[in-house]
Design a binder for this molecule. Structure first.
Ligand code: T3D
Length: 260
């Protein structure tokens, strides 16, 4: 399915597992890995069988962010590098019809914190942490970490985290609404997979519509959102799944969703 030295993509039923694997450097994003992530997110999007993706890191960390041994890796500037090697897979996850669950073990630092927070859901091991490593090496948050932190925890907390290389423990993340679940480290992958399998049984069109609107609703007015919901809801009500699920409810049966 994917041939990359540092990124693994496997699939079982409707659930895919995307794993970073460069353990000597705590799965830091190197050039080959970044290319693998661009390719993997494209493969995932075009595979109609896949409904939910669990995104995780092998070994003792999710990822330590950009591989600091590489610099701009052949690009004239970071602007170029970002556009070619990072932004495509960050936006692919943002715009995806699939549900992405980040399963975070150990460190989740720098650009990796943005990658995880850009997922739709987050499950964390109780010893995992989100680390705004940027300012410790004289940088500012990137890959949308500024935007993500701001929306998730508000200006004051986000600003403090960014300028003081702050860390959020898994317990902090749960309290702040960044993590959906926190489990023991040995339960991380099983718990994320159970979550994924459960979600994969849900209504695909409704999940896709909800993600698409929630990802843009923050930039819309209340009135615009009501109109957009009504437009999208109309299509869901008229879909085969919408009609069948309503009939199943009235017959006191469980609906089976087909995504049409
Ligand atoms: O320049 C650009 O590319 C711009 C792009 C910026 C985007 C960013 O993501 S900036 C932020 C980059 N990430 C960091 O600054 C985090 C650096 N890492 C750490 O601070 C620590 O490693 C952790 C707090 C994440 C974990 O600490 P610990 O004590 O558990 O592990 P360690 O011993 O520091 O790391 C283990 C090994 O991984 C070590 O190598 P060694 O000594 O065993 O040979 C370490 O050097 C290596 N490693 C860790 N992070 C990175 C890394 N190697 C390359 N790049 C890394 N980001």
């Amino acid at each position: 399915m994917l041939n990359n030295e540092f990124v693994e993509l496997s699939k079982k039923g409707k659930v895919a597992v995307l794993t970073l694997n460069s353990q000597e450097r705590l799965n830091a994003f190197n050039k080959t890995m970044r290319a693998g992530l661009v390719e993997a997110t494209k493969l995932i999007e075009t595979d109609d069988d896949i409904r939910v993706v669990v995104f995780t890191g092998a070994g003792r960390a999710f990822s330590a962010g950009a591989d600091l041994t590489e610099g701009t890796a052949g690009h004239a500037s970071f602007v170029e590098q970002c556009a070619a090697e990072y932004k495509p897979w960050f936006m692919a996850i943002h715009d995806s019809k699939k549900v992405y669950i980040a399963a975070i073990n150990g460190a989740c630092a720098g650009a990796a914190s943005a990658a995880a927070m850009n997922c739709d859901l987050i499950v964390m091991a109780d010893d995992a942490y989100i680390y705004q490593a940027f300012s410790a090496i004289g940088l500012m948050p990137d890959m949308g970490a500024t935007w993500l932190l701001l929306h998730k925890i508000g200006y004051q907390r986000a600003f403090e985290m960014a300028i003081s290389a702050g860390r959020l423990t898994a317990a902090d993340c749960l309290k702040l609404g960044i993590a959906n679940k926190v489990v023991s480290p040995d339960r991380l992958l099983p718990a994320a997979l159970e979550f994924a399998k459960e979600l994969a049984k849900g209504a695909p069109l409704a999940q896709q519509a909800t993600k698409a609107l929630m990802r843009k609703a923050m930039h819309m007015s209340y009135s615009e959102v009501i109109d957009e919901e009504a437009r999208m809801q109309s299509a869901l009500i008229d879909s085969e799944d919408g009609r069948n699920a309503k009939e199943a409810f009235l017959r006191k049966e469980q609906p089976v969703f087909i995504g049409k």
